[in-house]
Design a protein around this ligand. Structure first.
Ligand code: FAD
Length: 326
């Protein structure tokens, strides 16, 4: 179990100018812009900081790195830059509820309640449940959706991975550094992963690719002990003994917590393009959790900068209103 130590600077009795929910590329960029503009800025992430970008082995399309850069390297630099300007970052803190409709925004966590004048939602996406038997029962007891968070817990163990799209393959490459072996189930006949990624996965020694198979059931005792998989060509059902199951099927927005915010039919948050403000005053959105057509680090970074700038203008208007009324 990882023990959390509260950074000295973070206090629950402070009214922050802005709280940013999510420390991926969008959230950390917003933190750089906000804190550099001298806004009192707190970033809270319910998982390790870095977001989905830090699960990527090599990023080749983010400008400024002609030879590519690893996700963890890039995200460590983002974080360092945000902290340099005094943004406070807390990570691995579950957020229990938010109240965003009032003038003062309230975020309730296991560490206590945090308050701010404005909020930027930058909570990104996560891998979705696939609804197989045993998945719910063994969630957190061997079933995981995040290699970055959980791979070290499976050091030297045998695991099954479900999902062979490009995201699933990148996550699997990360996992392979820790585990003894991987069986990749459902490696689809028509690949969505590019040839370079496919070549890399095929040259790994401790991986078995099971094409045209699907996961039927996850079973165990207190934790996962194995899975049943079906060969889609022959109908044969096989039992594989494993200690863990990683599910990297499709990605869904982390937006359920924000009940009062308007979303599109897939759960992505709607915002005005020019400012990224949502339907609630003082609440902005940035990155993959926003309804838009391209979800990449470059677009998340652009969103983060824009949302932070819009927050600055919003706070300026609040101040002006206060002065005019006094
Ligand atoms: C395997 C893979 C490979 C990729 N490769 C590339 C690539 O090569 N190039 C590229 O440009 N893009 C790539 N992407 C896409 C890129 O990772 C995303 O577009 C980018 O990370 C989005 O940034 P974000 O900050 O919006 O969200 P995320 O990076 O998802 O970060 C969101 C953060 O919010 C946290 N969070 C979630 N819910 C809450 C909550 N309620 N409260 C607080 N925090 C919360 C999460 O823990 C997470 O840390 C890849 C994605 C995947 C999955």
């Amino acid at each position: 179990m990882i023990e959390f130590v509260m950074p000295k600077a973070v206090k629950t009795d402070v009214l922050y100018d802005v709280i940013i929910l999510g420390a991926g590329p969008a959230g950390l960029t917003a933190a750089i812009y906000a804190s550099r503009s001298l806004l009192k800025t707190l970033v809270i992430d319910s998982a390790p900081a870095g977001g989905l970008a830090s699960t990527t082995e090599v990023i080749e399309n983010y400008p400024g790195f002609p030879n590519g850069v690893t996700g963890p390297q890039l995200m460590a630099a983002f974080r360092q830059q945000a902290e340099k300007f005094q943004a406070e970052i807390i990570e691995m803190i579950p957020i229990n509820s938010v109240n965003l409709s009032g003038r003062e925004k309230i975020v309730t966590t296991d560490l206590g309640t945090f308050r701010s004048k404005a909020i930027i939602i930058a909570s990104g996406r996560r891998y979705k449940e696939i609804g197989v038997k045993g998945e719910d029962e063994y969630k957190g007891k061997g079933v995981s959706y995040c290699a970055t968070c959980d791979a070290p817990l499976f050091r030297g163990k045998d695991v099954v991975v479900v999902g062979g799209g490009s995201s699933g393959i990148q996550e699997t490459l990360r996992l392979l550094k820790f585990v003894n072996s991987v069986v990749l189930v459902g490696f689809p006949p028509h690949q969505t992963a590019g040839p370079a990624l496919l070549a890399r996965i095929k040259e790994q020694k401790n991986i078995t690719l099971l094409l045209h198979h699907r996961l039927l059931e996850i079973y165990g005792e207190r934790t996962v002990r194995g899975v049943k998989i079906e060969d889609l060509e022959t109908g044969e059902v096989r039992d594989i003994r494993v200690d863990g199951v990683f599910i990297f099927a499709s990605l869904t927005p982390n937006s359920e917590l924000f009940e009062e915010i308007e979303k599109d039919r897939n759960g992505f948050i709607l915002a005005e393009d020019r400012t990224l403000k949502t339907n609630l005053p003082g609440v902005y959105v940035a990155g993959d959790v926003r309804s838009k057509i391209l979800r990449q680090i470059a677009t998340a970074v652009g969103d983060g900068a824009l949302a932070a700038h819009a927050v600055k203008q919003y706070l300026h208007e609040l101040e002006k209103e206060k002065t005019d009324n006094s």
